[in-house]
Write a new protein. Structure first.
Length: 174
């Protein structure tokens, strides 16, 4: 899983963060763990930073370290929690490209939770929308973009008025 805030251990180096799951749960020796962690860091475009601490990294680099940690365990499914939150649009697009690249290289199922519709349209082949605890739409990105459903429409356009915000008095919220 790639957590929204990367969820790295501040006291551990990058390589220790990436190796953490393997040290705890994999039946592998130190040489195998070092080899896999180095490979995973290379897959996410992070070479030669193994001994830096998370505080020394940019937000995008921390996200990629978290992703390296997730793929090191060779999962069948990767869950992405708001993968582009907290990074600038350029880094967000780079993270989207990395998600697509890893999906294709590793043949892993990817599930992303996001409010970033640009990201959803780019990385998804299917989009599901939750509203009031229920899935109200499941379709291709193109069909979601072209929907006539008023709730989905309001969400994807970011409109301030519509069924989602009906009855909310915004003047008294601030």
């Amino acid at each position: 899983m790639l957590f929204q805030g990367a969820a790295l251990f501040d006291s551990l180096s990058v390589i220790e963060n990436v190796a953490f799951g393997m040290l705890e749960h994999a039946n592998a020796g130190k040489e195998e763990i070092l080899k896999r962690t180095t490979e995973c860091l290379a897959l996410v475009g992070l070479k030669e930073i193994e001994y830096k601490k998370p505080a020394e990294l940019s937000g995008g680099m921390r996200k990629r370290v978290g992703l390296a940690r997730a793929i090191c365990m060779r999962p069948e499914i990767i869950l992405y929690d708001e993968p582009t939150t907290g990074v600038d649009p350029i880094m967000g697009d780079a993270i989207n490209d990395l998600i697509i690249e890893l999906h294709n290289k590793l043949k892993v199922t990817s599930i992303a939770v996001t409010h970033d519709m640009t990201s959803a349209y780019k990385i998804a082949n299917r989009i599901a929308m939750l509203y009031n605890g229920k899935i109200i739409a499941v379709s291709t990105p193109q069909d979601i973009k072209n929907t006539n459903d008023p709730v989905v429409r309001q969400f994807i356009t970011g409109a301030g008025k519509g069924p989602i915000t009906e009855g909310i008095d915004f003047e008294h919220l601030i």
